[in-house]
Design a protein around this ligand. Sequence first.
Ligand code: TNX
Length: 517
Amino acid sequence: MTTVLALLLAGCGGSTPAPATAPAPRPASPTARLVPQPASLVADAGEPFVITAATSIVVDAGNAEAARTAELLAAIMRPSTGFSFRVTTTDAPNSITLRIDANRSALGAEGYELTSAAGAVRVVAHQQAGLYRGTQTLRQLLPFNIESHMNSDAKARWAIPAVTIADQPRFAWRGAMLDVARHFFTVSEVKQFVDLLALYKMNTLHLHLADDQGWRIEIKSRPQLANMGGVTQVGGGPGGFFTQADYSEIVRYAAERYIVVVPEIDMPAHINAALVSHPQLSCGKRPAALYTGTEVGFSAFCVDSAGTYALIEDIVRELAAITPGPYFHIGGDEVQALTPAQYKMFIERAQDIVNRHGKQMVGWDEIHKATLKPSSLIQHWADDSLASSLGYGGKVIMSPAKRMYLDMKYTASTELGLRWAALIELRDAYDWDPATYMKGVPERSIIGLEAPLWSETVRNITSAQYLMMPRLPAIAEVAWTPQAVRSWEYFRERIAGHAPRWHLMGVNFYRSPQVDW
Ligand code: TNX
């Protein structure tokens, strides 16, 4: 297959020579702008597809989900082009067609095929999620001013190069975590976080909903959890919490973009905010009081108290009921106040509760010390001894702190972020292979990758974006693109072309000196 060669040539070949006075040349071909790089891309020789005022988006009759995906695509393209992009079920010339094909099961849950040529663009998928992923490729193939909120250039030419793309992800779980506990984020900010996940074909939003500093989700049978535990945050600001309606709105918004929400209630440690309203469930290492510092490991549920499990039961039942995704994350990290036997017993009881409410348990590294069901997932962050426990038959989510922690500083002089795990420049985030990262954890044991953004130093979405961009797209490519198709040199070229897009989207980012922006 000439695919890799074709895409490399597409990246290097220059069709329009830059004027002598121009700044550093941008990647010449629009096909050299895609992140994540598709599994297979062949630049075709023919004329491009050019959007006109008459271009409509055609979906199959009766496919309401595809119509919604088409509307989301149209909503991006309407303001900048000034065109109406009718969503219709009638074939029309020079249109964008989104089609589900029941015979294309080889495309899998999220794969798609995109062909564009003069007169037509077609995205074909076996599943709805694949259609959506394909529209994000189409979006990136368009000139970056497609992201503009104003129709300021009447002479703009909205061309998509002639290309054949066949694409599907390497890993099934491609996510990011937002810690809304250390600092609270509004629903609107979480949606902006989701928008970036969607643009880079990620499919999982993990929300860290409770920690020592804040309880961020309404539990109707235990209203004091949020009313008393949600009133502050790191540094002493006002905090806040999501009502269940807020949470459901985030779930809905993410689901439209084929992103599943994984709720986390961290336990048995990181639980101080819950103990403020339930002081009888504390084993009393510290008196339960609102906490606005950044120490970890000091709090713990009293694991011998029946009241602890009654509370967990109420929390899991209510959250499971408003979470359509299959997972519930119980944290399980950094416990200092319990014996190993107490910890093991606690995790196994939590696992039973989660399973009884129809969810698979997820927990950080440390849970491997308990007896796990094969359905439970271990999220790796720092403990290299986890490989010895993989005999239980479950899978690992890779989030190694040294490569993937979005809250680590880029360099020693980065203003935001922590540095306990590493300084993580863009290349560090990109240039590694999850399948060979950890001895004893081969590719078949890895369900996927997730980049956590802990928020001790992150007070708002603008700061979050600074730490995410450009590392999030780098990680998205590690998770999506076959190892053989990606290279640091080619990535740094392609990612440069995204900066003007972020500018128009209003997204903050770090100008890594490793890229010629
Ligand atoms: C470790 S990673 C933690 C978090 C902190 C983070 C800061 C993990 C499971 N626990 O509680 O926020 O470091 O980087």
